[in-house]
Ligand binder design. Structure first.
Ligand SMILES: [Zn+2]
Length: 138
């Protein structure tokens, strides 16, 4: 298991990372970074990575280890919290569930169910197996 709190290595000015590494000249960052594994179910702010497991990295902008640790805990807490509210109920809905509900709604309100069904059949073919959350998010 990779460390969730770490200080990245960087090359000194004028050296490429690869060269500095070969020469054993890499320096350790003063500030701590957090590295957290986001599962597919995570409702996080990582663009284009939601819905698949990925690794989140961010500088804590502090060289105080306890402060960095607090930020790490906070990050993980927020991830779980966001996942717990909203995320779970919406993420398990498929387009088919939505369509079924929409159909009932139309029937109850005596709307044009035939037309609706006709439209939904085409959409379900395309989206039925995808979770609603994947469709509504960009
Ligand atoms: Zn993420």
């Amino acid at each position: 298991m990779a460390k969730e709190l770490f200080r990245p290595l960087y090359s000194p000015p004028g050296y490429k990372y690869k060269d500095a590494k070969a020469l054993g000249m890499l320096r350790e960052s003063e500030t701590y970074w957090i590295r957290v594994r986001h599962p597919a179910s995570a409702v996080c702010a990582c663009k284009g990575k939601r819905g698949m497991p990925h690794t989140f990295r961010e500088s804590t902008k502090t060289n105080d280890k306890s402060e960095a640790k607090a930020q790490l805990q906070e990050h993980k807490k927020n991830l779980v919290k966001r996942h717990a509210n909203g995320g779970a109920s919406v993420s398990n809905q498929t387009f088919s569930d939505m369509a079924a509900r929409l159909r009932r709604d139309y029937e109850v309100n005596s709307r044009d169910v035939v037309t609706l069904n006709f439209r939904l059949v085409h959409l379900e073919g395309a989206f039925g197996i995808r979770r609603m959350i994947d469709i509504t998010r960009d």
